[in-house]
Write a protein that binds this ligand. Structure first.
Ligand code: FES
Length: 76
């Protein structure tokens, strides 16, 4: 379990915890960090997923998107 501090991205919290998620731009633009959502509700801030894909709540860009309602469980 990883706690995400206020002001930190999920990606940075995972990196700080010693995990090695894929990433590149860190700006929600490239899609490299796309991660499958197992449970929880996400507030999407990327520029990749369509509104329909965001509403489906199947994956998220962990560099910019956040947990809206948790706990958020991801398939890393
Ligand atoms: S690192 Fe590029 S979209 Fe997340």
């Amino acid at each position: 379990m990883v706690q995400v501090p206020a002001g930190s991205s999920l990606l940075n919290a995972l990196l700080d915890a010693g995990m090695t998620p894929n990433y590149s731009c860190k700006d929600g633009l490239c899609g490299a960090c796309e991660t499958k959502i197992l449970s929880g509700e996400v507030e999407h801030h990327d520029s990749i997923l369509t509104k329909k894909e965001q509403a489906a709540n199947k994956s998220m860009m962990i560099c910019v998107s956040r947990c809206r309602r948790g706990p958020l469980v991801l398939d890393m």
